[in-house]
Write a protein that binds this ligand. Sequence first.
Ligand SMILES: C[S@@+](CC[C@H](N)C(=O)[O-])C[C@H]1O[C@@H](n2cnc3c(N)ncnc32)[C@H](O)[C@@H]1O
Length: 343
Amino acid sequence: MATEKRADVYLGGPATIDLLVAELSGLRAGKARELAAGVVSLAPGALVDPAFARQVLPGAREASGKSASELAGAILDGAGLVPDLEVTVPELERRGSRALEQHPLAGAEAELVNLLGKKVAGRAVKHGEARVPGVRLRVLLLEPWHAWWCLTPVRDVPPLLAWPSPFPGGRALGEAPRDAPSSAHRKLDEALAWLGVHPREHDLVLDLGAAPGGWSSVALGYGARVVAVDRAALDAKVAAHPRLTHVKQDAFGYLPEETPTWLLCDVIAEPARSFELARRALESPALHALVVTLKLKRPAKLEVVRAARALARDTSGWLGRCKQLVANKLEVTLLMRRADLAT
Ligand SMILES: C[S@@+](CC[C@H](N)C(=O)[O-])C[C@H]1O[C@@H](n2cnc3c(N)ncnc32)[C@H](O)[C@@H]1O
């Protein structure tokens, strides 16, 4: 029932934890220790934003108990009565692109959420303790009944810039499938959730490497016109859409007749090539936003990831982030939108 150590805890994908560790070692001091699949801890230090981390619990404390009730009690003894709660569990490794089965900790997670909520309400009534406003209690449950938790201020910051992420565990989407030609649409759905904006009816979306058409169908769903560039065939339903034009040619040589307002690129190519395409696209005064996948190979070179993080952070007039999304395998997504784009 002890509340012990303190650490910065970073969460990423179980299959790319080595890349998170490598990125962390380049960004800050301290040796990363693996707490669970996809979860590492370091002694408290500078808060950094690696592309391979989807969530962070800064200055987290460890707590455990013999039961859910004991664990909830230990956390609230340290945190105070915080009604703004977020409980999450480490990510499971994905096999293929199917939705995940139920998480083995789902039952324990639900029990802990329930008990924390009840205890906050109960202690407030019984002992007249005041609830703590303006902070969120973030709990990462590693096993029954062992967790790390931290308190972070609640700020009105868009998801694209917020860190810790406002998405529990850094996971922006649920697992619900959508009617689309491929599961690749999940990458764009997740990217748009981080961006906080989506294409609209007046937008012209250039979708490079579009086949079979998952991303194009997302953009069409928002009412945009789409130019889909891919030598491969599109799904018949997407190809027949009246707002879509399919251009069968090399994405890197294509010069659009009409200037696009959104750029999407999911081409399987050297990451430096896709990065350069994104960098040049940002020079277009007509562009509102872009989502560009940078595909890596093992052994992964992180230079391009570093360059993408710098571009996202330092391009004047733009807000951006480079993240490995839940739907990304060995790849990261460059997400950028104009700072003055209406949300
Ligand atoms: C991962 S898939 C894209 C999936 C797509 N985003 C979706 O939602 O359905 C990558 C695509 O890039 C295309 N591709 C690869 N090299 C290309 C190139 N040089 N020009 C155009 N398309 C290319 C492939 O044909 C493939 O359809």
